[in-house]
Design a protein around this ligand. Structure first.
Ligand code: HEM
Length: 410
């Protein structure tokens, strides 16, 4: 039986949430400048681009870090929250560059715990801990805090709907030339997919509310909006992940290397690719009740550890209600509600099918032997894993389709 409306926790009242307008993107547009000596860290990043695509960035980062004031980490406490986020993002990018040193990534880098410059290491770990994030290169710090748009004001609130292809750029590009352009497109893909995720969040929660209130017209309207929102996420990703836009022959060697990493001194910190941290699909799975079992389901749950605490709390609050919409549709929804629910499931499964097909094209790359600087830690570095990837995705696609209320038409 559906529960009464008051059973929904206050945390699920999106209108009151900081992410009501922006989904899991930062609630205010990323800050692009920092006061005093902090700006030097931001300025350093583009200066490293040439060396990152050449002889390596490590000596340059070590030298630069020596010139930073001794009390840099302590002084960061006086920055505003948005400024600290920008500094965390810059520190994460510098750690990222130091971690890999150069592209193409040398095979030795995969199993190494690098000797980071102490000033950078201290700053990064202190800021990560203060933000409630593990010391990782994650989606939030490397991508979601690293963009700009002429249509938003840094440090000010904005609406995710304002972000669209053509008006989002990477804020601090760390590769040069064509590789830099490709990196910019890659980061845009995630920022724009997450911007569309805001509509998935809204529609999913509207469906949940309608289910609790047993409001059939509201449930149908929410499911219609959810279907459109899931389609919009897929469209956004598919516009970019085409061989001549984000280039399949370059991605594995220059563009991907290698987003998502953990500091491994206490065992691998990170499970899976940073795509797992995408709010848009986390929301869609919750709204439609796609279970989190199997290897990918577990990795999806685990990957929430890399989200900021307020986002984790929000997903946690939604979790006990993940089957409420489907149950409502089955218990008192009419044919239209069932059709709409199944259309949502079908479109989420379609996104997963296109991600599988495009993902494997990118994993195959140009077909030449390369160090596998690929995404995710579920696969051994250096091992071609197109096949393993497809199997992993197949299981998630099956789990998604299984949520339909009626069998799939032949
Ligand atoms: C185009 C090249 C891409 C490749 C090769 C790729 C590869 C992968 C891999 C290997 C996984 C499984 C993670 C693991 O266990 O290691 C994964 C999962 C995932 N990726 Fe990607 N990915 C690509 C693009 C994207 C993009 C552009 C997005 C979204 C903006 C994305 C979103 C996701 C999501 C949401 C998952 C979790 C699985 C699911 O919900 O179905 N991926 N990807």
């Amino acid at each position: 039986m559906p529960q009464p409306a008051h059973a929904l926790p206050a945390l699920l009242d999106t209108d009151a949430q900081p992410f009501a307008r922006t989904g899991f993107l930062p609630a205010r547009a990323p800050v692009l400048h920092l006061p005093g000596s902090f700006q030097a860290l931001l300025d350093l990043i583009p200066e490293l681009a040439g060396a990152y695509g050449g002889g390596g960035v490590r000596p340059l980062i070590r030298e630069a870090a020596q010139a930073w004031p001794a009390d840099l980490t302590r002084a960061s406490r006086d920055l505003s929250g948005d400024q600290r986020d920008a500094l965390l993002s810059a520190a994460a990018v510098l750690m990222h560059l130091y971690r890999w040193d150069a592209v193409p990534v040398h095979p030795d880098r995969f199993h190494e715990v690098p000797d980071f410059p102490p000033a950078l290491n201290r700053l990064f770990r202190t800021l990560s801990a203060a933000r409630g994030l593990p010391p990782c290169g994650n989606l939030y710090t490397l991508k979601y805090l690293n963009w700009r748009s002429p249509d938003v004001t840094p440090g000010e609130p904005y609406d995710a709907g304002m972000l669209r292809a053509g008006n989002v750029q990477m804020a601090r590009v760390f590769q040069a030339g064509l590789a830099g352009e490709q990196l910019d497109l890659w980061i845009q893909t995630f920022v724009l997919a997450e911007a569309r995720g805001q509509a998935v969040l809204h529609a999913g929660l509207a469906a949940l509310r309608a289910a609790h209130e047993q409001d059939r017209p509201a449930l149908e309207a929410a499911l219609l909006a959810l279907r459109d929102a899931v389609r919009a996420v897929a469209r956004e990703v598919n516009v970019f992940t085409r061989f001549h836009v984000i280039r399949t022959d370059l991605w594995r060697v220059y563009t991907q290397p290698t987003f998502g990493w953990g500091l491994t001194e206490r065992g691998p910190v990170l499970e899976g690719a940073s795509g797992l941290q995408l709010g848009a699909t986390q929301f869609a799975d919750l709204a439609l009740g796609v279970p989190l079992h199997g290897p990918l389901g577990r990795a999806l749950r685990h990957s929430r550890a890399y989200l900021p605490p307020e986002q984790r709390a929000f997903l946690r609050a939604w979790e006990p209600h993940r089957y409420a919409v489907r149950r409502a549709v089955l218990a008192w929804g009419d044919t239209r509600a069932r059709d709409l629910f199944d259309a949502c499931v079908q479109d989420l499964a379609r996104w997963r099918v296109s991600h599988r097909e495009r993902g494997s094209a990118y994993l195959r790359g140009d077909g030449q032997e390369h160090v596998m600087a690929s995404t995710g830690t579920q696969f051994a570095a250096g091992t071609p894993h197109d096949h393993a990837f497809r199997q992993l995705m197949d299981s998630r696609i099956e789990d998604t389709r299984a949520q339909r209320t009626k069998p799939e038409p032949p």
